[in-house]
Write a new protein. Structure first.
Length: 82
């Protein structure tokens, strides 16, 4: 006889059940969903600033890599011609 496995699971096996271990996460999530617009805008501004800084750092790293590659290419050319 095939029994439905999910019908016989206990509540402790349910990942979405609210118990002592998940109560803090549940209330933190509920408070996050009821925050005001200023907090949301501040969080979005911080995220945008971090993205701009990451993009700037990526461009600097790319420029430094290309500079190093060109120096190595010139050294290899000088070695091969010399």
């Amino acid at each position: 006889m095939n029994r439905n496995h999910f019908a016989f699971q206990s509540v402790s096996d349910d990942r979405l059940a609210i118990n002592d271990a998940t109560r803090h996460q549940y209330y933190s999530t509920m408070q996050a969903e009821t925050c005001d617009d200023d907090m949301v805008l501040a969080a979005l501004n911080r995220r945008k600033a971090r993205a701009l800084i990451a993009r700037r750092d990526h461009r600097r790293l790319l420029g430094a890599g290309l500079g190093l590659l060109s120096v190595c290419a010139l050294a290899a050319l000088a070695w091969s011609l010399g």
